[in-house]
Design a protein around this ligand. Sequence first.
Ligand code: SF4
Ligand code: SF4
Length: 135
Amino acid sequence: MKNVSKVKNCFGCGVCAVSCPKNIIDIRLNDDGFYQPFIDEPDKCIHCKLCVENCAFLHKDLALENRVTGSWCGWSNDSAVLARSASGGIGFEIARHLLHSGYKVCGVRYNANERRAEHFIADSEDALAATMGSK
Ligand code: SF4
Ligand code: SF4
């Protein structure tokens, strides 16, 4: 395979697009509503195969499914956070810890006017509260 232009029904992860030195791979929705790579200007391809080599869909050994993995679970001990969060509040607690350590946190909140989720930077606990239950 020379490049990912013939790949269908892949993960739609976009790794091929960021790997391409010619920046000619566009990730967009196919007719079935799933993301996949498109190369609109195939003449610009230099056949370096970086897109193919970095694709976990084409190289199952790159995928996590063939590796030993661990899993952990956690939740907030703060009943107010638990009540407002969609999945236990552990994300909020980690972000709160980072805020108190001097970091800013990139989160997702629901924009009711636009009727969509959006990323934003939280620099306080009040701002971070918008991430709870946003999804
Ligand atoms: S890297 Fe592979 S799985 Fe990911 S979008 Fe490109 S072709 Fe699809
Ligand atoms: S083979 Fe190289 S230049 Fe061609 S699409 Fe893939 S990464 Fe881009």
